[in-house]
Design a protein around this ligand. Structure first.
Ligand code: ADP
Ligand code: MG
Length: 248
């Protein structure tokens, strides 16, 4: 049995095979409280699959994932969300016909009343929280705007906001700056640094300039295994990493 740890997330000997092919292969990875970790690696390395395993979308073949010392591999997706893990997929999934405000409101962790119906009221607490998040994601002046009218980058921010409203302790983002302008990327780096002060973040990213800007620790994944772990400089100057990834 794995022993208890101080890590927020402790992944040990995690493997998943798809028809005999190991997309994630005996992976061991620890994430600290308050850490901003970036995972990089070539296409097909298993990056998205790692997030699928943590969020319960994919079941592991073997190994363990403990979050605050709670085993996740046996939990269902909604239980993992409730435990405090929020995840953003590669393509934005917002409600195009709703306003920015309504998108954030719908994501608020509404409780259920004793009668089982959804408790849903615009209390001051809810309104304050939505405004606070809208401020963080640079959309406070666009609360009444229909989401479909936002730029691609603003849609990505809105989806990050929909996670923040739920106040997760761990946020996982899959290529959050894909398709963003240089200016939007810069704003996103600032946003992520800010929200990382209160929670842990795992980011999968391809844009090396962006990674260099935000990362504490970088993990390079290749063929479902860790090829290298360290600061961006250490990773960048590693000859093996250059060969399998950065060189191409
Ligand atoms: P990355 O995000 O690093 O580009 P993925 O995690 O998406 O890579 O994929 C890793 C490998 O696992 C790929 O070869 C992919 O085809 C395979 N794979 C991922 N999910 C599944 C699945 N549900 N069924 C079968 N194969 C999968
Ligand atoms: Mg991927």
């Amino acid at each position: 049995m794995p022993s208890n740890t101080d890590y927020l997330l402790a992944i040990e000997d995690l493997t998943v095979s798809f028809d005999g092919f190991k997309a994630v292969d005996e992976l061991t990875l620890y994430i600290d409280k308050g850490e901003l970790r970036v995972i990089i690696g070539p296409n097909g390395a298993g990056k998205t699959t790692v997030l699928d395993l943590i969020s319960g979308k994919t079941r592991s073949s073997s190994g363990s994932i403990r979050y605050n010392n709670k085993e996740l591999t046996k939990m269902r997706e909604h239980e993992i969300v409730r435990a405090g893990i929020g995840r953003k997929f590669q393509t934005p999934s917002i409600y195009e016909k709703l306003s920015v405000y309504e998108n954030l409101e719908i994501s608020y962790p509404w409780g259920r009343t004793v009668f089982g119906s959804l408790k849903f009221s615009r209390t001051k607490e809810v309104i304050d929280r939505i405004n606070e998040v809208a401020e963080q994601i640079f959309l406070v002046d666009m609360l009444e705007t229909e989401a479909e009218l936002l730029s691609h980058g603003q849609k990505q921010w809105l989806e990050i906001g929909m996670l923040l409203v739920q106040n997760p302790e761990l946020i996982m983002l899959d290529e959050p700056v894909a398709g963003m302008t240089a200016k939007e990327r810069e704003a996103t780096a600032a946003l992520l640094e800010k929200i990382a002060k209160e929670r842990s973040i795992i980011i999968i990213e391809h844009d090396m300039d962006f990674v260099a800007k935000i990362a504490d620790q970088v993990t390079v994944l290749h063929l479902g295994k860790i090829l290298k772990e360290g600061s961006m400089d250490e990773v960048r100057s590693d000859p093996v990493v250059q060969e399998v990834y950065l060189g191409h």
